[in-house]
Design a protein around this ligand. Structure first.
Ligand SMILES: [Zn+2]
Length: 271
């Protein structure tokens, strides 16, 4: 989820296609603005620098696992950007419980994990992982890492200017907001898959058999249609903000299989 951003699309087909390498050549991956001053990756807890491996499981410390996953996702994107001759500006992870003040207003655990473009921070209430396991039927370490990677995917969109384009498109045509939001979220799912593919090839994570399915199940379980049904509501595609289970699975799988951000153009054609 993305806070306060509004959704994207329309013209964006073209613009975003360009951004993501439709016409960019090289690595098929372009960044719209040169990096401004980068800061080193930080986390708000005292876990910075602690080493652990994604894939070792969250049973012990969810905060340690989330931090490790977050760091691995950012290292991976840093490499993807530098391979494309660009610089990745790290986001910051904020772990909290209950409520927290953010650059996008008060964040609460009821909202689930989210990214705030205004302060470029990923806010993660650790109780969400419990929810994922208990209520959403998506247990497993990789499912959790996928959620972290999805939020970092929104940061990648921020760096690439995608979020600003979406916000501008929504300002122009507010009726597009839900559709643009869905396309934005599906792209973050695809980016999550790109991370997993790239990190595995780089050897920084090891996917166990069944891990991609775990993440895909998580993507499916948090699709808007299932969340709406679980909340006892009629499924209404007009009100989707994240996409259906099937859409989310499709785009996560695409990122996982292709390992290329250029394959994540969810702003073109049907999704
Ligand atoms: Zn999202």
């Amino acid at each position: 989820m993305i806070a306060g951003g509004g959704g994207i699309l329309g013209l964006i087909g073209v613009v975003v296609a360009l951004l993501l390498g439709g016409g960019g050549g090289g690595g098929g991956f372009g960044v719209s603005q040169p990096g401004f001053e980068a800061t080193s990756p930080q986390v708000s807890s005292d876990l910075a620098g602690q080493s652990c491996k994604a894939g070792t499981g969250p049973q012990g410390r969810a905060d340690v696992f989330a931090t490790c996953a977050f760091n691995d996702v950012q290292r991976t994107w840093s490499t993807i950007f530098s391979d494309a001759g660009e610089r990745y500006q790290p986001a910051t992870l904020v772990l909290y419980t209950g409520q927290t003040r953010t650059g996008c207003g008060v964040g609460s655990s009821a909202a689930g994990p989210f990214y705030c473009p205004a302060d470029q921070r990923v806010y993660l209430d650790l109780s969400f992982f419990d929810d994922l396991r208990r209520n959403l039927g998506a247990p497993g370490d990789f499912a959790q890492a996928y959620v972290v990677a999805h939020e970092v995917g929104h940061h990648v969109q921020q760096i690439l200017g995608t979020n600003d384009q979406v916000a501008a498109a929504v300002r122009k045509k507010p009726s597009q907001e839900n559709e643009l939001s869905v396309r934005t979220e599906l792209q973050a799912d695809c980016y999550s898959g790109v991370w997993a593919n790239t990190a595995q090839r780089a050897g920084t994570i090891r996917l166990d058999p069944g891990d991609p399915e775990e993440a895909i199940r998580a993507a499916g379980q948090i699709g808007d249609d299932r969340l709406q049904k679980a909340a006892g509501r009629r499924v209404n595609p007009e009100s989707f903000t994240h996409g259906s289970a099937e859409q989310r699975i499709t785009w996560l799988r695409r990122g996982l299989e292709e390992g290329d951000p250029g394959s994540c153009n969810t702003f073109k054609g049907d999704v």
